[in-house]
Design a protein around this ligand. Structure first.
Ligand code: ADP
Ligand code: ADP
Length: 235
């Protein structure tokens, strides 16, 4: 059974657009296996961000069906973690407290979070160590370089052990050396933990280096398609 299952999914951002047949994504059919790492490449405006919003339940499709882990999506999913081009750490929180943020949100009661804080902090420390930020737990975002902030934002996306990691151009703003180092770190984390990854990128080399499957999303005259383009035999 596919972990992510889109069948004939269409989304128009509002009813007026739908009345004019203006869909942001059209007829997406996509099946992603559990633990699969996919990349989506395509030009601006082809519907990549819209796809991400659908996959995390931030938007409901106008037509079609989305199943995640066999369940119909009815609202925002707690099983996903996200990172974007800008690390967007909270400036008044330390690295550690930034990484812990999703756990504070996911825990239904503040008291639960407090009770488990030590255990959670240990988990966050292990992640920070893995991405090369050991020793920076108590620094504030302004004390870190751009690349270090992005590492922290990847830890934040993974700290609640999501089944699905969504990355929207996460390495776009980094220099080439830092970018390739983070590619390797991400591949290592994924090899260890086998969460699903959906990576949106403009960088073809990045998509080919990282993903099992690369999908090209294209924008025709009013048409958007996702299709399986390249199969890569990764270990
Ligand atoms: P990408 O992420 O590939 O750049 P998007 O998913 O942002 O593409 O956009 C797909 C299409 O949907 C574009 O035509 C865009 O103009 C339109 N769109 C995106 N967001 C909105 C919105 N909030 N309201 C109306 N149209 C939107
Ligand atoms: P990155 O490769 O993460 O973008 P830089 O190339 O800016 O980082 O810096 C290389 C190394 O220098 C970092 O891994 C870190 O050890 C150290 N460093 C950079 N900026 C800072 C800072 N603001 N505070 C402390 N150490 C820093």
């Amino acid at each position: 059974m596919a972990f992510i299952d889109f069948s004939d999914v269409w989304l128009a951002y509002n009813e007026e657009l739908e009345a004019f047949g203006q869909y942001a994504v059209e007829a997406i059919d996509l099946k992603v296996d559990e633990g699969e790492f996919i990349a989506i490449v395509g030009p601006s405006g082809c519907g990549k961000s819209t796809f991400m919003k659908l996959a995390t339940g931030l938007k409901m499709p106008s037509k079609g069906r989305i199943l995640i882990d066999g369940q119909p999506v009815t609202g925002p999913l707690k099983i996903s973690g996200m990172a974007f081009q800008a690390p967007s750490l909270l400036p008044w929180r330390t690295t550690l407290d930034n990484v812990l943020l999703p756990l504070e949100i996911v825990e239904p009661y503040r008291s639960n979070f407090k009770a488990k804080r030590a255990e959670y902090a240990e988990r966050a420390r292990r992640l920070l160590e893995k991405v090369g930020l050991g020793g920076y737990e108590d620094k504030f975002p302004w004390q870190l370089s751009g690349g270090m902030q992005q590492r922290a934002s990847i830890c934040r996306a993974l700290v609640h052990e999501p089944k699905m990691l969504l990355l929207d151009e996460p390495f776009g703003a980094l220099d080439a050396f830092t970018r390739e180092e983070l590619w390797c770190i991400l591949r290592d984390l994924w090899t260890e933990q086998r969460f699903n990854v959906i990576l949106v990128t403009h960088d073809l080399r990045e998509s080919v280096f990282l993903a099992d499957t690369v999908y090209v999303m294209s924008k025709g005259p009013g048409r958007f398609v996702v299709r399986r383009e390249i199969d890569l035999p990764h270990p």
